[in-house]
Write a protein that binds this ligand. Sequence first.
Ligand code: HEM
Length: 418
Amino acid sequence: MTDTADSAAPAAGCPVPSGAVRLAGLEYQQTPSQLYRTLRREHGAVAPVLLDGDVPAWLVLGYPEVCYVTSHDELFARDSRRWNQWERIPPDWPLLPFVGHQPSVLFTEGEEHRRRAGVITEALEGVDQFELARECRRIADRLIAGFAGSGQAELMSAYAHALPMRAAVQMCGMPDTGTDTEHLVDDLRISLDAAEGDDPVAAYTRVGERIRQLVREKREQPGPDVTSRMLHHPAGLTDEEVVQDLISVIAAAQQPTANWIGNTLRLLLTDERFALNVSGGRLSVGEALNEVLWLDTPTQNFIGRWAVRDTQLGGRRIRAGDCLVLGLAAANTDPQIWPDAHVGAENSAHLSFGNGEHRCPYPAPLLADVIARTAVETLLERLPDLVPAVEPEELSWRPSLWMRGLVELPVLFTPVVQ
Ligand code: HEM
């Protein structure tokens, strides 16, 4: 069942037709695939939806339609200032951190975007993947040592979120331990994923200050790290541009990679296809990582693109300034690309890293793969008899339509004496 907004007739000037579906409700978080199926059946490839506060938008559910939107920047672009709904958005709107314009690579377009994204791409290309894997193993070992003796752990906070954050901070040229780094890691967590009582705005300000200090240090004393490569790139980014883009890189790396690790561990620990088979081996970690990208992808929905002018999409009339949410998870399971009703994971043609000009910059998916694979493999090697501490159906998903990740993943294992 979908919670349609028939009773809430669209406001005058509202670009989305009545019958729009409220993207809210706990049942969606637990079984989003059902929501996408229902939406597709009732509305086709492009569904009218209502975001928080009943703000209208379009959810693009079809694989060809997501590809079309993301490869036609002249029609659907990234600068959210074109939105025709700004007068309805209150200053404390929960989605503002994702949608409010910032002077970072995320919201730039055309030549300026190519300049900024080109610098990030080259800076990430300089990361040695073997070195990164070694560092991730070291971070993993330290985190595991923190709970190995107790025989139990809550893996989302103690491992899945903690590891990629430290790996990203270190790639950017900061030590992955020490009080300074711990404060930065805490502030990044609060600003990306605030809990009750946290102050995300203050935390974000402190993140900015710490990254500004890092940029000053690396200007004076460059090292073999992403920050130094961005600062000394011939494109000549200003220090403030580098600060903004570094925050985007760290933030873009953290949440999706953490949930990729968490969702893969859940699959490996709860799906019998991945349990030990007769010959004692497991279906590979690589297969689990890939299956998650198809079926339980971390970035389920991404806001978004804004229509540059009046146009059509999936039989819908889109007006200039309308907001389009990229339904990446729905597109991955579009029956058009899986016609015989079987959704598999044979290749990597999923849209989990986006598509087109603003897709996750080329080396980033490879680096994320190194981080996630090393995290999962190291954990399974060190704690081979790991089992979930609760029944699979007791695991609950975070109340977010944007990110798919578990609230907690409690596990048990034989304590390891250090
Ligand atoms: C080392 C880890 C990662 C880094 C450094 C990274 C970096 C970035 C950056 C800088 C962008 C902005 C690109 C732009 O606007 O031009 C981006 C976009 C994106 N990334 Fe990543 N990312 C990482 C991991 C991931 C993972 C694990 C996923 C999901 C499985 C993911 C999914 C996305 C998506 C969906 C977008 C938006 C694409 C679009 O707008 O079409 N990223 N990433």
